[in-house]
Design a protein around this ligand. Structure first.
Ligand SMILES: C[S@@+](CC[C@H](N)C(=O)[O-])C[C@H]1O[C@@H](n2cnc3c(N)ncnc32)[C@H](O)[C@@H]1O
Length: 278
């Protein structure tokens, strides 16, 4: 769930009009127009992403927002020119799913109310008919405090969400369910949506997938909260990614992002073995 929505739920008095959330609630034609305008703007300014990150409405009463934005602008400017930039997180999500190889596993870590699960599952019905999404969550909310406005238990639900027929819920802590799941589901990951916010959860997931050789060159990972919130560099999903990839047998390239929000998509790559080159 994009952070701005979390803010709205937990801090209603600090909320204000947010153009990204407003566009997300509109229909496909309005989204397509927004996306076209976004793409057209880049050659004009060259600084489109930096301006948009800096100017997105936010509660600047939250400590660290300004620093987070400057760090994000610096990070986004390191992205390769080939990386696609989307104004709307939902369009980045659809595009990333459509780029994935239909033959591997499609996974999601962090289901919450099922919004992203159903969106991914519906996208798969169109782009990869017959494939299934396995979506993991305890539904007890975050096992630890994440941010000052997201305590342990945030996103907890009383009942399981209703999901599309091609989405299968795996209920329980990742630490209790993922090993069994992998034992009964062979194959490499084609696409994984990492939306569990916490460093500890993202680290567990990535470490397990790597240790079981389920990530390979071509696997796509979409992070929902990689950047652009206070502490993103030293904690959360980015810290897990930075610690676990590269450095091992795999590297990654950034293939897409929603720079005004927090989402980044990467493709895993092979890394040449170290040692003397002939
Ligand atoms: C931000 S919410 C997911 C939102 C959802 N993807 C959406 O867009 O609607 C994060 C979820 O991760 C789950 N979560 C975080 N760490 C977990 C863990 N170690 N095991 C199981 N679930 C976890 C929480 O229960 C919570 O529902």
């Amino acid at each position: 769930m994009p952070l701005a929505e979390t803010d709205r739920v937990r801090q209603p008095r600090l909320s204000r009009f947010d153009p990204i959330n407003a566009l997300e609630s509109m229909g496909p034609p309005a989204k397509a127009i927004a996306e076209r305008a976004w793409v057209a703007l880049d050659p004009v300014s060259g600084l489109r992403d930096a301006f948009s990150i800096a100017l997105r409405p936010a509660s600047f009463r939250k400590r660290g927002i300004l620093t987070a934005r400057l760090e994000t602008i610096r990070f986004v400017r390191t992205f390769p020119r080939t990386a696609r930039s989307f104004v709307l997180p939902s369009l980045l999500r659809e595009w990333t799913v459509s780029q994935a190889d239909a033959r591997g596993l499609f996974l999601e870590f962090g289901v919450g109310d099922g919004e992203s699960t159903n969106h991914i599952a519906r996208t798969m019905q169109r782009s990869h008919p017959g494939t299934a999404l396995h979506a993991f969550d305890s539904f007890r909310g975050l096992p630890e405090k994440w941010l000052p406005w997201a305590d342990a238990g945030a996103f907890a639900r009383e009942a399981l969400p209703t999901v599309e027929p091609n989405a299968h819920l795996v209920v329980g802590l990742f630490q209790d369910t993922l090993a069994n799941f992998l034992a009964s589901h062979p194959g490499v990951v084609s696409f994984a949506h990492i939306d569990c916010d916490l460093y500890s959860s993202a680290h567990y997931v990535l470490h397990s997938l790597l240790a079981n050789s389920r990530l390979a060159p071509g696997s796509l990972l979409l992070f929902d909260e990689l950047m652009n919130y206070p502490g993103w560099i030293t904690d959360g999903e980015y810290r897990a990614l930075r610690e676990l990839l590269p450095g091992g047998p795999l590297g990654y390239e950034i293939i897409g992002a929603a720079p005004v929000s927090e989402q980044v998509a990467i493709r895993l790559t092979a890394v040449a073995p170290r040692g003397p080159q002939r």
